[in-house]
Design a protein around this ligand. Structure first.
Ligand SMILES: [Zn+2]
Length: 206
Protein backbone atom coordinates (compact mmCIF):
# COMPACT_ATOMS: atom_id res chain seq x y z
CA UNK A 1 0.00 0.00 0.00
CA UNK A 2 1.28 3.46 -0.81
CA UNK A 3 1.12 6.02 1.97
CA UNK A 4 -1.88 8.34 2.07
CA UNK A 5 -1.26 11.71 0.42
CA UNK A 6 -0.61 14.57 2.85
CA UNK A 7 -3.83 16.36 3.78
CA UNK A 8 -4.58 19.65 2.07
CA UNK A 9 -3.93 22.60 4.38
CA UNK A 10 -6.88 24.93 4.85
CA UNK A 11 -5.82 28.59 5.08
CA UNK A 12 -7.48 31.94 5.48
CA UNK A 13 -8.30 31.95 9.20
CA UNK A 14 -6.54 33.57 12.14
CA UNK A 15 -8.12 31.47 14.86
CA UNK A 16 -9.59 27.98 15.16
CA UNK A 17 -12.09 27.46 17.98
CA UNK A 18 -13.53 24.01 18.60
CA UNK A 19 -16.09 23.10 21.26
CA UNK A 20 -15.14 19.82 22.92
CA UNK A 21 -17.47 16.87 22.29
CA UNK A 22 -19.85 19.07 20.29
CA UNK A 23 -21.65 17.18 17.53
CA UNK A 24 -21.16 13.78 19.15
CA UNK A 25 -22.31 11.11 19.13
CA UNK A 26 -23.73 11.90 15.66
CA UNK A 27 -20.28 12.64 14.20
CA UNK A 28 -18.56 9.59 15.67
CA UNK A 29 -19.44 7.23 12.82
CA UNK A 30 -17.73 9.53 10.32
CA UNK A 31 -14.56 9.72 12.44
CA UNK A 32 -13.83 6.17 13.59
CA UNK A 33 -10.20 7.19 14.25
CA UNK A 34 -11.40 9.44 17.12
CA UNK A 35 -12.50 8.04 20.42
CA UNK A 36 -16.21 8.87 20.78
CA UNK A 37 -15.74 10.65 24.08
CA UNK A 38 -18.96 12.44 25.05
CA UNK A 39 -17.34 14.43 27.86
CA UNK A 40 -18.42 15.06 31.39
CA UNK A 41 -22.13 15.46 32.01
CA UNK A 42 -23.15 18.95 30.90
CA UNK A 43 -20.03 19.68 28.86
CA UNK A 44 -21.76 19.35 25.50
CA UNK A 45 -24.11 22.14 26.60
CA UNK A 46 -21.48 24.42 28.10
CA UNK A 47 -18.57 24.10 25.64
CA UNK A 48 -20.48 25.55 22.65
CA UNK A 49 -21.73 28.50 24.71
CA UNK A 50 -18.14 29.50 25.52
CA UNK A 51 -16.89 28.73 22.00
CA UNK A 52 -19.70 30.68 20.33
CA UNK A 53 -19.13 33.71 22.51
CA UNK A 54 -15.36 33.79 21.94
CA UNK A 55 -16.01 33.44 18.21
CA UNK A 56 -18.62 36.18 18.20
CA UNK A 57 -16.34 38.67 19.95
CA UNK A 58 -13.30 37.91 17.81
CA UNK A 59 -15.31 38.20 14.59
CA UNK A 60 -16.84 41.46 15.80
CA UNK A 61 -13.26 42.75 16.05
CA UNK A 62 -12.39 41.69 12.54
CA UNK A 63 -10.53 38.45 13.22
CA UNK A 64 -11.17 35.49 10.96
CA UNK A 65 -12.38 32.58 13.07
CA UNK A 66 -13.18 29.05 11.98
CA UNK A 67 -15.63 27.64 14.54
CA UNK A 68 -15.66 23.85 14.58
CA UNK A 69 -17.33 21.04 16.54
CA UNK A 70 -15.35 18.19 18.14
CA UNK A 71 -14.85 16.20 14.95
CA UNK A 72 -13.79 17.90 11.74
CA UNK A 73 -11.90 17.04 8.59
CA UNK A 74 -8.77 18.67 7.23
CA UNK A 75 -5.76 20.46 8.61
CA UNK A 76 -5.96 24.17 9.40
CA UNK A 77 -3.10 26.64 9.24
CA UNK A 78 -4.00 29.35 11.77
CA UNK A 79 -2.25 31.62 14.24
CA UNK A 80 -3.78 29.92 17.28
CA UNK A 81 -6.17 27.05 17.92
CA UNK A 82 -8.24 26.64 21.08
CA UNK A 83 -10.27 23.59 22.15
CA UNK A 84 -12.82 24.41 24.84
CA UNK A 85 -13.55 21.89 27.60
CA UNK A 86 -14.58 21.46 31.20
CA UNK A 87 -13.12 18.64 33.19
CA UNK A 88 -15.02 15.82 34.89
CA UNK A 89 -13.50 13.92 37.78
CA UNK A 90 -14.04 10.97 40.08
CA UNK A 91 -14.28 11.63 42.94
CA UNK A 92 -15.86 15.04 42.35
CA UNK A 93 -13.72 18.07 43.18
CA UNK A 94 -10.44 16.20 42.67
CA UNK A 95 -9.66 18.33 39.60
CA UNK A 96 -9.69 21.99 38.55
CA UNK A 97 -8.84 23.97 35.44
CA UNK A 98 -5.90 23.01 33.23
CA UNK A 99 -4.19 23.57 29.89
CA UNK A 100 -2.96 21.06 27.34
CA UNK A 101 -0.61 21.61 24.39
CA UNK A 102 1.66 19.50 22.22
CA UNK A 103 4.94 21.44 22.41
CA UNK A 104 6.96 22.34 25.46
CA UNK A 105 7.62 25.76 23.90
CA UNK A 106 3.91 26.54 24.22
CA UNK A 107 4.13 26.58 28.02
CA UNK A 108 4.73 30.36 28.03
CA UNK A 109 1.51 31.04 26.19
CA UNK A 110 -0.28 28.58 28.47
CA UNK A 111 1.13 30.45 31.47
CA UNK A 112 -0.28 33.70 30.13
CA UNK A 113 -3.76 32.12 30.08
CA UNK A 114 -3.37 30.81 33.62
CA UNK A 115 -2.24 34.23 34.85
CA UNK A 116 -5.26 35.87 33.27
CA UNK A 117 -7.93 33.29 34.16
CA UNK A 118 -6.35 32.72 37.55
CA UNK A 119 -7.06 36.34 38.50
CA UNK A 120 -10.71 35.31 38.65
CA UNK A 121 -11.00 31.51 38.84
CA UNK A 122 -10.50 30.70 42.53
CA UNK A 123 -9.89 26.96 42.34
CA UNK A 124 -6.37 26.86 40.90
CA UNK A 125 -4.92 24.76 38.09
CA UNK A 126 -3.75 21.21 37.61
CA UNK A 127 -0.28 20.92 36.05
CA UNK A 128 -0.17 21.54 32.31
CA UNK A 129 -0.60 18.38 30.23
CA UNK A 130 -1.43 16.31 33.30
CA UNK A 131 -3.45 13.80 31.28
CA UNK A 132 -2.83 12.03 27.99
CA UNK A 133 -5.96 13.68 26.62
CA UNK A 134 -4.34 17.04 27.19
CA UNK A 135 -0.84 16.39 25.88
CA UNK A 136 -1.90 14.17 23.00
CA UNK A 137 -5.22 15.76 22.11
CA UNK A 138 -6.48 14.05 18.97
CA UNK A 139 -7.06 17.28 17.03
CA UNK A 140 -3.55 18.72 17.53
CA UNK A 141 -2.67 16.77 14.39
CA UNK A 142 -5.17 18.85 12.45
CA UNK A 143 -3.64 22.21 13.26
CA UNK A 144 -0.55 24.11 12.20
CA UNK A 145 -0.61 27.07 14.58
CA UNK A 146 2.17 29.65 14.91
CA UNK A 147 1.18 30.63 18.44
CA UNK A 148 0.20 27.09 19.34
CA UNK A 149 -2.77 24.83 19.93
CA UNK A 150 -4.32 24.68 23.40
CA UNK A 151 -6.92 22.62 25.17
CA UNK A 152 -8.47 24.92 27.77
CA UNK A 153 -10.20 23.05 30.57
CA UNK A 154 -12.07 25.87 32.30
CA UNK A 155 -12.81 24.04 35.53
CA UNK A 156 -14.34 20.85 36.88
CA UNK A 157 -17.99 20.71 35.89
CA UNK A 158 -18.60 17.74 38.21
CA UNK A 159 -17.55 19.71 41.30
CA UNK A 160 -20.58 21.53 42.74
CA UNK A 161 -18.58 24.53 44.02
CA UNK A 162 -16.76 25.01 40.71
CA UNK A 163 -19.92 24.39 38.74
CA UNK A 164 -21.73 27.07 40.73
CA UNK A 165 -18.90 29.53 40.06
CA UNK A 166 -18.72 28.66 36.36
CA UNK A 167 -22.43 28.56 35.50
CA UNK A 168 -23.03 32.34 35.50
CA UNK A 169 -19.69 32.94 33.74
CA UNK A 170 -19.91 30.90 30.54
CA UNK A 171 -20.26 33.80 28.14
CA UNK A 172 -17.85 35.85 30.22
CA UNK A 173 -15.20 33.13 29.88
CA UNK A 174 -15.73 33.25 26.11
CA UNK A 175 -15.15 37.01 26.27
CA UNK A 176 -12.01 36.47 28.35
CA UNK A 177 -10.68 33.89 25.88
CA UNK A 178 -11.33 36.33 23.02
CA UNK A 179 -9.42 39.04 24.90
CA UNK A 180 -6.50 36.66 25.53
CA UNK A 181 -6.36 35.47 21.92
CA UNK A 182 -6.45 39.01 20.57
CA UNK A 183 -3.62 40.05 22.87
CA UNK A 184 -1.54 37.13 21.60
CA UNK A 185 -2.06 37.52 17.89
CA UNK A 186 -3.39 40.98 17.24
CA UNK A 187 -1.84 43.41 19.70
CA UNK A 188 -5.07 43.30 21.64
CA UNK A 189 -7.93 45.48 20.52
CA UNK A 190 -10.56 43.26 22.17
CA UNK A 191 -11.42 44.80 25.55
CA UNK A 192 -11.05 42.96 28.83
CA UNK A 193 -14.58 41.91 29.82
CA UNK A 194 -16.03 43.33 32.99
CA UNK A 195 -15.89 40.97 35.92
CA UNK A 196 -19.07 39.03 36.67
CA UNK A 197 -20.37 39.86 40.09
CA UNK A 198 -22.67 37.22 41.48
CA UNK A 199 -24.98 38.07 44.32
CA UNK A 200 -24.69 35.63 47.20
CA UNK A 201 -28.05 34.49 48.49
CA UNK A 202 -28.28 35.21 52.18
CA UNK A 203 -29.97 33.14 54.82
CA UNK A 204 -29.93 29.91 52.84
CA UNK A 205 -27.55 28.22 55.27
CA UNK A 206 -30.00 28.24 58.13
ZN1 LIG B 1 -14.12 17.51 27.61
Amino acid sequence: MSPAPPPAIIRGYDVLISAGHEGRPASCARFPQHRCNLGARGERTWNPIVANEATRVLRAHGLRVIRLPADFAGVYAVKIAVFIHFDGAVPPCSSTASVGYPLRADSRVAASWKRLYGRYFPFGFRPDNFTGNLRRYYAFKQVRAKVGAYVLELGEITCPAQRAWLAPRLRWSGDLIAYWIARLIDRGHVPLPANVLVRVRRGSSR
